[in-house]
Design a protein around this ligand. Structure first.
Ligand code: SF4
Ligand code: SF4
Length: 175
């Protein structure tokens, strides 16, 4: 499958799903979509920019400093106003979950520890449980996406980044 076909399939499967059955934006005033935060942005998965040709007016795509594989730059997407929901990037569709490759090479889906700063659903002892259908679909999506070698290499780098940021946060709060 081409990258476009892979992402079209992933977008379609996740199109109608949300982390919980009700509107979680009411819990946090849509913290993860705050377009007033100029630093806000989400990494695009490898080749995902193919879904934004032409780039819609609410989106900017830039190269980030984060790299994967053999020093390939990761694109970052920054929404400057509320998006067209049917076109929201994959990272937004799966938030606050993330794929993660463990030391033994096994890929799992877990709550991205970095999301807890913003997302009340991601905090320990959260009052709400993520919807099972949402979790199962994210698992299903990454089963086929991770067969693509670029995407797997990206998930590996992302996992290392998550480890580093978790370690930093741990040491920061121990001070
Ligand atoms: S931050 Fe979490 S709870 Fe708030 S809108 Fe985003 S996913 Fe929902
Ligand atoms: S692209 Fe859409 S879903 Fe993603 S952060 Fe921006 S407004 Fe929210």
């Amino acid at each position: 499958m081409t990258k476009r076909e892979l992402y079209q399939k992933a977008y379609r499967l996740l199109d109608e799903l949300t982390p919980i059955k009700t509107d979680c934006g009411e819990l946090c005033n849509k913290a993860c979509c705050d377009s007033n935060d100029v630093d806000a942005g989400m990494y695009l998965f490898p080749g995902e920019e193919v879904m934004y040709r032409p780039v819609p007016p609410w989106l900017k795509i830039e190269k980030s400093d984060f790299t994967y594989g053999r020093n390939k730059p990761v694109n970052i997407a920054i929404c400057t106003e509320p998006c067209e929901r049917s076109l929201r990037p994959l990272a937004c569709r799966i938030f606050p979950l993330t794929p993660y490759i463990e030391d033994n090479g096994n890929m799992i889906i877990k709550i991205d520890p970095r999301s807890a700063v913003l997302c009340p659903l991601a905090r320990k002892n959260a009052d709400y449980k993520l919807d099972e259908e949402f979790i199962d679909t994210v698992v299903r999506v990454f089963r086929f996406l991770a067969r693509d070698k670029d995407i797997r290499a990206y998930i590996l780098s992302l996992s290392q980044l998550i480890d580093e940021e978790e370690e930093y946060l741990r040491s920061f709060f121990q001070k």
